[in-house]
Design a protein. Structure first.
Length: 155
């Protein structure tokens, strides 16, 4: 169990790639925080499937900075640290090339806020807990730029 006694936080953890990541981390022994926005029932059902551990469902709207700060505070109160942060929350909406007007400013803004500002806000809020964890990592999947692990620089 590579992650025994480690705390992993997964945004967008109640479905899709996030849920698959939650399962993998729990199978490796991590205590997993399953962050959800609209999928509380899915998050709680997923936790019931996981191997034993100190798992938790956590409401998180990455588009809302107050929600991000509140989630980080609650995770800190529950665990005191974080070892892994997986930024998996995000979305897109396909727009046919011939209908570019369908990608209006409001839709583009909401995509950018969720997929760019959201992960940054989460990292900013979680860095103090990741530093406590020591050799912590951030996995930036939501921005779709890379799925490589980025080490957190300790001070």
């Amino acid at each position: 169990m590579l992650l025994k006694d480690k705390v992993a936080v997964v945004t967008g953890g109640s479905s899709g790639i996030g849920a698959a990541t939650v399962r993998m981390l729990a199978d490796e022994g991590a205590d997993v925080v399953v962050c959800y926005n609209k999928g509380e029932d899915r998050a709680r059902a997923l936790i019931e499937e996981l191997p034993s551990g100190k798992h938790r469902a956590q409401h998180l709207a990455v588009e809302d900075s107050a929600s991000v700060r509140r989630a980080a505070d609650e995770i800190g109160q529950a665990y005191g640290r974080a070892d892994v942060l997986v930024n998996s929350a995000g979305f897109t909406r396909p727009v046919p090339h011939a209908q570019l007007d369908a990608l209006d400013d409001a839709l583009l803004d909401s995509i950018l806020v969720a997929n760019v500002r959201g992960p940054f806000s989460m990292i900013r809020a979680m860095v103090p807990l990741l530093r406590v964890g020591g050799d912590s990592v951030i996995v930036p999947m939501a921005v779709r730029a890379t799925s490589a692990c980025v080490p957190v620089i300790s001070t």
